[in-house]
Structure formats: structure tokens, C-alpha cells
Design a protein around this ligand. Structure first.
Ligand code: HPA
Length: 280
């Protein structure tokens, strides 16, 4: 089902948020599975439960807390989504990306997206970080793209170029911060599948063959909506598991390991994001 929001829908949501705080965020953060702990670093903030914001999709997944936190990080005002809704929860692409539109309507010009992802590249290990420099949007290729439907020309163009999706300056800053802090940071291609099941071994071998380095179930539709509205995007995957590429393997990917790895990832990701935000 396709649902197209109107400006009134966006404005109503922004009005509720503005009634809680007049702070004007300069950067938007989306904190993925098991990565919400980063919001604890935000100071002097307000936390608005998603269910208080009209139109906002609720996250039903364990590890996604469901709050919008606005406050100070490294001296900058940030708005952070602590948890996100996913397409596999039954939401439309427009619903899943409604929060990104709200960030746009709040005047946010830069967003940092994070996610938990499986490592497809054989040299990636659990607990590693990967900066996205590109993506493969399988979900979009089969017709699930948030930009489908009537285009709102006042927000962005009908046909969006994709060669600059993940901002080169933000990527360079992230790499400099990682180097200075001694944190290993891969850079690679994220493949977005719908989930909710993890991939089959044959799918993992296919993803590797076509140039994907990590795989997950989020982020690219947010990047699309953010870029459509002219926002700069940085995105970082926390590798929570090494993808299984052979049938009858002794191990099976599960959500608990994804959340457990988040605990190792949050401190490293926090350092990188803090460094990038400081530099803005
Ligand atoms: N596949 C897809 N999404 C994921 C994975 C995975 O292996 N790990 C964390 N999110």
C-alpha cells in the first residue's frame, strides 16, 4: 500500500516536536539495532517518545527504543532517532522514511545514519565498522522505493542522481577521526534487503560476487529521502556478524548476536560520530 503524506502531516509532527523544545538541530542521527546507547551521550536534551509524534512509525523490534532525543553532542545540537521502524515490520516505504522528512522539515541539513549489518566481505569481522561509500538497493529494485508516487517538487527532484549519495567530505572526516583515534574503519558497499529473515548462503555468495561488503535491512531508503531533500548523508555500519556462506553450517545468524555485538560497537562508533560532529 502506498501512502503519500502531505505538508500538513509533516507540519503537525514538527509542531509537536517544537512544542517540546525550541533547540534547532544542525545534524540528524539515526541509531540502528543495538546502537541506541549513543544517545546517552546527548546532554541537556529532551526525549520525545515516537508515539507522541503524529504520523511517526513505531519500532516493534527489540533493541530499538523508540524515542527522538534532541540535545547537545560535542557542543552541537543534534536530533537523534533512538531506534527506527523497518519495512519488514509492515510499514510502507513512505512511513519508514517519514522521520527523515521530518528532519528535513526541521531544517536539518546533514544526517548520520547507522545500522547493524552482516559482514559479506570476507575480511570483515564482528565488531568492525564500515563507512558506506555506496549501496545496492535490492528493495528499491523490486519496486519498493520511498520516492515512488507523485513527486513533491518543493522537496526535491523527480529523478535523483546517485553518484554522490554518501558525502565525500563527511567520509573523509570520519576516516581522519578513525585514523587519529586508532580505530579500524572499512569503507564499502552496503546491500539493502527487506528481511526479516537473514540471507541464505547462496544469497550471501551472490552479494559478494556483485560487490557488496555488508548487508542489512535499513538505511538506503533513508539516504534516498535525505538526498532527495538535498541533505548531506554519512552512513556507518556496525558489523554484528559474519555472514554464513555455506549451507549446513554449524552456526546460524540470530538477532541476539546482532544486539550483543552492538555493545562492542557503540564505544567505537561513538568516538567516530563525536569526532565528525565536532568538526561540523
Ligand atoms: N543480514 C541482514 N541484516 C543484518 C545482518 C545480516 O546478517 N546482521 C545485522 N543486520
Amino acid at each position: 500500500m502506498q501512502m503519500n503524506y502531505t505538508h500538513t502531516d509533516y507540519e503537525q509532527a514538527v509542531k509537536v516536536i517544537r512544542a517540546k523544545t525550541t533547540m534547532q538541530p544542525v545534524v540528524g542521527l539515526v541509531l540502528g539495532s543495538g546502537l541506541g546507547g549513543l544517545a546517552d551521550q546527548i546532554q541537556d536534551g529532551v526525549a520525545i517518545p515516537y508515539h507522541d509524534i503524529p504520523g511517526w512509525p513505531q519500532s516493534t523490534v527489540v533493541g530499538h527504543s523508540g524515542k527522538l532525543v534532541i540535545g547537545y553532542l560535542e557542543g552541537k545540537i543534534v536530533v537523534a532517532q533512538q531506534g527506527r521502524a523497518h519495512f519488514y515490520e509492515g510499514y510502507t516505504m513512505q512511513q519508514v522514511t517519514f522521520p527523515m522528512r521530518i528532519m528535513h522539515f526541521m531544517g536539518v541539513k546533514k544526517v548520520i545514519l547507522t545500522n547493524a549489518a552482516g559482514g559479506v566481505n570476507k575480511s570483515y569481522h564482528t565488531g568492525d565498522l564500515m563507512l558506506l561509500n555506496d549501496h545496492i538497493n535490492f528493495v528499491g529494485m523490486v519496486g519498493n522505493n520511498p520516492l515512488m508516487g507523485p513527486n513533491d517538487d518543493s522537496i526535491g527532484p523527480r529523478f535523483l542522481g546517485m553518484a554522490h549519495t554518501y558525502d565525500a567530505d563527511l567520509r573523509n572526516t570520519a576516516k581522519q577521526v578513525a585514523k587519529a583515534e586508532g580505530i579500524q574503519l572499512h569503507e564499502g558497499v552496503y546491500a539493502c534487503l527487506s528481511g526479516p529473515n537473514f540471507e541464505t548462503p547462496a544469497e550471501i555468495r551472490m552479494l559478494r560476487a556483485i560487490g557488496a561488503d555488508a548487508v542489512g535491512m535499513s538505511t538506503v531508503h533513508e539516504a534516498l529521502v535525505a538526498r532527495h531533500a538535498g541533505m548531506s548523508v554519512m552512513a556507518c555500519s556496525g558489523i554484528t556478524n559474519e555472514c554464513i556462506d555455506q549451507v549446513d553450517a554449524e552456526v546460524e545468524t540470530n538477532h541476539e548476536e546482532v544486539l550483543d555485538a552492538g555493545k562492542i560497537l557503540v564505544p567505537k562508533l561513538t568516538v567516530i560520530l563525536q569526532g565528525v560532529i565536532r568538526s561540523l
